[in-house]
Design a protein. Structure first.
Length: 280
């Protein structure tokens, strides 16, 4: 009797199919359940994208705040040099390389030959070739996005991604670079406005970026590892100033590049000889 009661109580329980759907649920109800569950996937994707965009923008804040004052100095230099104000946002948008943009202002005023401008651009931005080796460009899926990521590959973007090399996606990397671009253009426009408000020019603004690189070089030399490179750079520019003062920057950079190449080859051969000696 007890077994029959148990069987009778178990009869109303619905059977379950292979996919976990009750057998008595009709096809219309299954279809309605599937339609109701479909919007959840896009909303989750949209939420993940918003989080990635916010993460990229947050990662840009620390380094980006350093771009603003240099951009202000650049905008003021453009106006105080007698160039049209719109040249500041145009150079910032098209060139987007702080050191080169300040050099271009001087070369435009001096009416430098196109070959000199091209060679200077190559030497100043040659480091970006090595940035691309470890930059997470593959995270960007779209072709247009990759083109912009290559254009906006500045020192700050590389430094941020090198410090945290994992977890980057196109939705976090492109907002990071776009934020840096915005900081730089906005700083330049602020500098243009400030230059028009001041009663007179401010001397030494063109030295702002050079002063920044000097500070970075001094911080690097404190460890003692980069002192030979600083000495090589000083000797190269000093020799160029004596030999060809009218093209001292270009000749000094070429001499420094050659000196670094020779130093690298010597160090490589020395390390190879030490390894052979240890093996012997």
């Amino acid at each position: 009797m007890q077994e029959q009661q148990v069987m009778e109580r178990a009869e109303p329980v619905a059977t379950v199919g292979a996919e976990g759907i009750p057998a008595e649920v009709g096809a219309a109800e299954v279809g309605a359940a599937e339609v109701a569950s479909e919007p959840s996937a896009p909303s989750t994707t949209a939420g993940a994208r918003r989080r990635q965009i916010a993460a990229g923008l947050r990662a840009s804040l620390a380094a980006g705040m350093g771009l603003v004052p240099i951009g202000i100095a650049f905008g003021m230099v453009v106006v105080q040099s007698g160039l049209p104000w719109w040249l500041a946002p145009v150079l910032s948008g098209v060139v987007f390389t702080g050191s080169l943009e300040l050099l271009l202002v001087g070369m435009i005023l001096a009416a430098a030959p196109l070959a000199t401008v091209a060679l200077t651009t190559l030497l100043v931005n040659f480091r970006h070739v090595f940035y691309a080796i470890s930059f997470p460009l593959s995270a960007v899926r779209s072709r247009l996005g990759r083109l912009y990521a290559m254009h906006a590959l500045v020192d700050e973007a590389y430094a941020v991604t090198a410090a945290s090399p994992r977890g980057w996606t196109g939705w976090s990397l492109l907002p990071l670079q776009l934020a840096f671009h915005t900081y730089w253009i906005g700083g330049g426009l602020a500098g243009v406005a400030l230059a028009h408000l001041l009663p007179g020019p401010i001397e030494g603004l063109e030295f702002a970026l050079c002063a920044l690189f000097i500070t970075l070089a001094l911080d690097s030399c404190r460890s003692g590892r980069d002192v030979p490179q600083a000495v090589l750079g000083g000797l190269c520019i000093a020799g160029a100033l004596v030999a060809v003062p009218e093209h001292a920057l270009l000749v000094g950079m070429l001499a420094f590049l050659a000196a670094l190449a020779v130093r690298h080859l010597v160090a490589r051969r020395r390390s190879a000889g030490e390894e052979e000696a240890r093996d012997a």
